[in-house]
Design a protein around this ligand. Structure first.
Ligand code: FES
Length: 102
């Protein structure tokens, strides 16, 4: 959305600052996890930002980098909904106890 807002504000000559929310690893400017291209120059969100001139940010690159770990994130998301075998055993035990109580 920021990309398109910046395209519109650029058209109307409205200065636009953006707050980039990149993947950050060490926050020191050394790992490169938060790297962006701004006005053709390499910048690190953690030390050079996070605010940048929105008209100069390469949003296509930033979006592509933000989606780099999409497959891994999907796997983690799927595992989060995994029904733990220990929980299944505990639920079965609880159900058996309730059945005995009746
Ligand atoms: S978080 Fe590592 S360079 Fe910015």
């Amino acid at each position: 959305m920021m990309k398109f807002v910046c395209q519109i504000t650029k058209e109307y000559g409205v200065a636009t600052m953006v707050d980039m929310n990149c993947i950050m690893i060490d926050g020191s400017g050394m790992c490169g996890g938060c790297r962006l291209t701004v006005d053709g120059k390499m910048k690190f969100t953690c030390v050079d930002g996070p605010e940048f001139d929105g008209h100069l940010v390469d949003f296509d690159e930033a979006i592509a980098r933000a989606n780099i770990y999409e497959a891994q994130e999907q796997k983690v998301f799927e595992r989060r909904h995994h029904y733990c075998n220990l929980q299944a055993m505990a639920d079965a035990e609880e159900a058996a106890q309730k059945k005995e109580e009746k």
